[in-house]
Write a protein of this length. Structure first.
Length: 267
């Protein structure tokens, strides 16, 4: 082909097409270099709270499709950052488990000057969303110690696994029980016992397991999209639920050597 202009014109679509390639939303390829965020942030939390006898943390969840509200939450928390030690996301970063949804939320939360950990929600499992969660955050089940309190964080979304996986994972609970590495405990999950996602065939057994943890203070959950405080098993162990982020609400806990207090805060 002797006409150089025609040659360039014919080749241009090849170059342009490379710019518009997009991966399938469930492909799982991350555009961010951030990986294993929970482990990174747990290191910060444990170091900064090692000698503290009073802890303050915010618990929130179900941020899916509420990006504007999550940004407002971030600004609200930033203004109170000096009075807080860390945050816990109770799960459901996404609505459909897509990579983009995860990354949109993580980019917003990256603006926080406080470390946070996040649990996996039932919507986060959809498609291959659990694989994206593992890449971004780490294991479904994890634990850490802040001050003298152990936080045991669990995957309780049994329905999404068609009950084919150990959800909740009793072996994990037994392993953590053996450690006896803190005198007090808080148990955190996305879906609480009695909800549509929980394996309610074992809810009583589950509660008996977690009651064995030293000084169990209370349990936390998201999923129900409403502020809740329920003594689910009538034994004085309360399960506290946060509203979804679309309602511009979160729970603020203060743990002292003599107990704890909490507030439901709207912003």
């Amino acid at each position: 082909m002797k006409n150089p202009i025609l040659r360039i014109a014919l080749c241009m679509p090849l170059f342009v097409s490379c710019e518009v390639i997009d991966y399938h939303p469930y492909d799982g390829r991350l555009s961010t270099d951030e990986k294993q965020l929970n482990a990174q942030h747990i290191t910060q939390i444990e170091a900064s709270t090692k000698d503290k006898d009073t802890l303050r943390f915010a618990f929130f969840g179900d941020t899916q499709r509420s990006y504007d509200e999550t940004e407002d939450f971030m600004r609200h928390i930033h203004a109170r950052r000096d009075s807080l030690d860390f945050l816990i996301h109770g799960g459901d970063y996404t609505e459909f488990g897509t990579t983009a949804e995860y990354e949109w939320t993580v980019r917003i939360l990256d603006g926080l000057t406080l470390p946070y950990v996040g649990l996996i929600g039932n919507h986060d499992v959809l498609g291959n969303g659990d694989a994206v969660f593992h890449a971004l955050f780490g294991d479904d089940n994890f634990a850490f110690v802040a001050g003298d309190v152990k936080f045991v964080c669990l995957n309780t979304n049994a329905l999404e696994y068609d009950y084919s996986n150990p959800v909740p994972d009793f072996e994990f609970l037994l392993d953590e029980l053996k450690k006896q590495d803190a005198p007090r405990t808080v148990v955190v999950m996305h879906a609480p016992p009695g909800s549509d996602q929980f394996n309610n065939n074992v809810k009583v057994v589950f509660h008996e397991y977690i009651r064995q943890f030293p000084g169990l203070l209370f349990c936390l959950h998201a999923h129900n999209h409403s502020v809740q405080a329920s003594d689910l098993f009538g034994d004085g162990i309360f399960y506290y639920g946060c509203a979804n982020m679309g309602q511009r609400n979160y729970l603020l806990f203060t743990l002292t050597p003599n107990g704890y207090t909490y507030e439901s805060i709207s912003f």
